[in-house]
Design a protein around this ligand. Structure first.
Ligand code: FEO
Length: 171
């Protein structure tokens, strides 16, 4: 049985993951209307992954005698000043998510809830996403304003998704 404060903290994380999914969906739409098909697909995939992250938490809470709360979400940004600006936002958001997961892990240790602590290790490993976002930003900085570079980046970003999922034990 989950302690109330653990249940509340997990429920907060449900909202973080759901909002992440919305944020990346909005990014996918922005990239798609700008004609960046590769980037759009990458963002759609990220959005789906975040929904999976959310669902795993929902199931865990309900199966451990708690009640997963599905709440209203903050409206995400739907436009970005630039392609680079959008990836900067993605990186900042993943840093925020990592902090949120780390806080959650900390609470489970304080409460000696080792089952939840163990469950959260999957999320800790998943936060390699933060590193992936950093790598993408480095590449974008190399491209700068070069249109040809952006074309190639849009074509190759799918490869980055594949590499990142292949190197992490997903689901
Ligand atoms: Fe669910 Fe991107 O963290």
């Amino acid at each position: 049985m989950l302690k109330k404060n653990i249940e509340d903290a997990l429920n907060k994380q449900i909202r973080v993951e759901a909002e992440s999914s919305q944020i990346y969906l909005a990014m996918a739409c922005w990239a798609e209307v700008k004609g960046l098909e590769g980037v759009a697909q990458f963002m759609y995939d990220q959005s789906d992954e975040e929904r999976e992250h959310m669902l795993k938490l929902v199931k865990f809470i309900n199966e451990r005698g708690g009640h997963a709360k599905i709440s209203a979400l903050k409206e995400p940004n739907v436009t970005f000043e630039s392609f680079k600006g959008m990836f900067e936002k993605l990186f900042e958001h993943e840093v925020f998510v990592s902090e949120s997961i780390n806080n959650l892990v900390h609470i489970t240790l304080e409460e000696k809830d080792y089952a939840t602590h163990n469950f959260l290790q999957w999320y800790v490993a998943e936060q390699i996403e933060e590193e992936m976002a950093r790598t993408i930003l480095d590449k974008i900085n190399l491209i700068g304003d070069d249109k040809g570079g952006l074309y190639l980046f849009d074509r190759d970003i799918q490869q980055l998704t594949v590499t990142s999922s292949a190197s992490t034990p997903l689901e």
